[in-house]
Ligand binder design. Sequence first.
Ligand code: SF4
Length: 193
Amino acid sequence: MKRIGVFVCHCGTNIASKVDVRSLVESARELQDVAYAADYQFMCSEPGQKLLVNSIREHDLNRVVIASCTPRLHEETFRKAVKAAGLNPYLLEIANIREQCAWVHDDREEATRKASELVSMAVAKARNSSALDSTRIPITKSLLVIGAGIAGIQTALDVADNGYDVMLLDREPTIGGNMVKLDKTFPTLDCSA
Ligand code: SF4
């Protein structure tokens, strides 16, 4: 049986000033398989993470949706918390209601409606998620860069500086791409070759 927990973050006033978090929690409670929904001031804080861990245990949740900021910021934080509560960390979904709602909409009602739809989509995704394992796969530390123009040359140099073997390939007999066709470049008037 799916038991999804939904946690809505205020982010201080970052989210709460533009999105009606209380009504978001209320609408989340109506969604299929949602067994628990709550809001909290700062979900990424230590007390916020504790609340998450305790709620997963207390309400026997087996999937989690957090409505907060971009996953680029705290997905890893929440995955660790979910794991600490005994759940597979990939049974977590994030609805980005800060950057995609609160920060880009002035109309509170519309921002709340959009946030509610994002939460609903995240819940649907969480319902269908499966537990995943992470694995390590050995890779060959070498790279082929196709195109030896300026971008290709710079990429090859950057990658080589990081300890990888690099092969630089170009269809022309010389490297430099379009740059070598120029005489001098603005503003330094350096010889482009
Ligand atoms: S989880 Fe994201 S949205 Fe919530 S308080 Fe932390 S930074 Fe703000």
